[in-house]
Design a protein around this ligand. Sequence first.
Ligand SMILES: C[S@@+](CC[C@H](N)C(=O)[O-])C[C@H]1O[C@@H](n2cnc3c(N)ncnc32)[C@H](O)[C@@H]1O
Length: 471
Amino acid sequence: MGDRLGEGAGVVKERNLPLHAACKLFPRLSDTELRELAEDIQSNGLQNPIVLLDGKVLDGQNRLAACKLVGVEPRFVQWQGEGSPLYWVVSQNLMRRHLTASQRAAVAFDLLPLLEKEAKERQRRSKGRGEKVAHDCATSEKNGKASEVAARVVGASARYVEMVKEIGCKQPELVERIRVGELSVPEARKLTAIAASNGRKGRTRISKDDKDKIIRGDCFDLIPSLDDGSVQLVLTSPPYAEQRNGHYRSVSEKAFPDWTLGWMKLLWDKLTDGGSVLIVIRPHLKNGILSDYILRTRLALRDDGWCENEELIWLKPDAPPLGSTKRPRRTWESILWFSRSPQPFCDLFACGRDSNRIGFDASIRFGAGTGKPVHGGQNYEMTNGKARCPDVFVAPVGGNPQWNDHPAVFPESLAEQLILTFSSAGDLVLDPFVGSGTTCTAAKKLGREYRGFDVDRNFVKLALKRLSDVE
Ligand SMILES: C[S@@+](CC[C@H](N)C(=O)[O-])C[C@H]1O[C@@H](n2cnc3c(N)ncnc32)[C@H](O)[C@@H]1O
């Protein structure tokens, strides 16, 4: 185990030894990993002894815990190195473990105060021992910024270490999530930005003119400017992950769930009790495999407290032959339907068609002839009237205005059906990723209030032009 270790630790009986600060730098093994290590120690014995310094565990906390788990007597050695025990622990652990760039940055961040303490200690010891030692100390940390030194020691990026420092000041709990590999540094940083913009409520005044209703800016900054409890319907199509990068900002598949949680969190207080959020989206195929980021996003939103109400579909009967030529032509997209309450407002008949086949008379399965309908409360006799709208909303894509050069519009007829079904006249409809303004145009035509946000100046102009044509 190297020449810096002395075997003379003797028999150490105490297994609940305190941990040296350097030992705490690296994340503990997960329960499964610890059990695997314990089983290995049980079968093959403890290969590397636990290393002690000043009566504390310098290296081997996991080995010690594993020994305890399976009742194997641990062996101990004293660390007898000359240089820095911190550097030694770091190099041992970096050799043994696979850590991501972000986890390394978190280790470097944790290392900062320890390096500082060690430097002070060296300085203290150098006093009275002449200039040579003082000079060695100064040059051994030929430093630059502390974060650069720490980054060098663990092989991390100094920029990432600075970012972790910033995150640690704002939301220390996120550093823990980086440490255990749950979040990358940029993802955690985005979350702190969201929290900050959450605190900047009421910044933008929103008046009645179109130009004040369609605003250029990041929706993460603008959503907080809306009144709490004011939005009945959010109808939107956010940038799909890793698609149309050439046209507008997009988000990576990995970051997409957290990114969506971010703007959805901002919307929570803005919605009315019966309000809905409708997200028009569809996953792409990569090498023939369906991407899973939308599934992960749906589960993350549910975990965050959102109710997912029903699977709705936008059917495009005239869809052009896009997508993989080895798969059936893609003719639909999902409309994800989320709300705060499990009973959001929904006018089932606003888009329902007249029918002379209302009821369940069609088959024995539905109670025909028995007088006992399968579903309680349903009419089992055929009558005339309005049918409930189906969960498939048909909207051809060919109906968009030719002048609209936004690359990812959805049709106005889709927006109209959804606005009629999920809001009432006078309600506020919001599209935080408004693009060419389809949602707002349809809302204006249907007598709803509306707001739209987009980061792109040209799309905002396009939306305003479109709205100015609506009386
Ligand atoms: C899929 S498009 C929306 C198209 C729109 N449904 C239509 O029919 O025109 C997504 C839009 O989101 C905008 N965008 C991307 N990130 C944004 C952000 N953080 N805040 C506001 N708008 C954003 C893009 O510029 C793009 O116009």
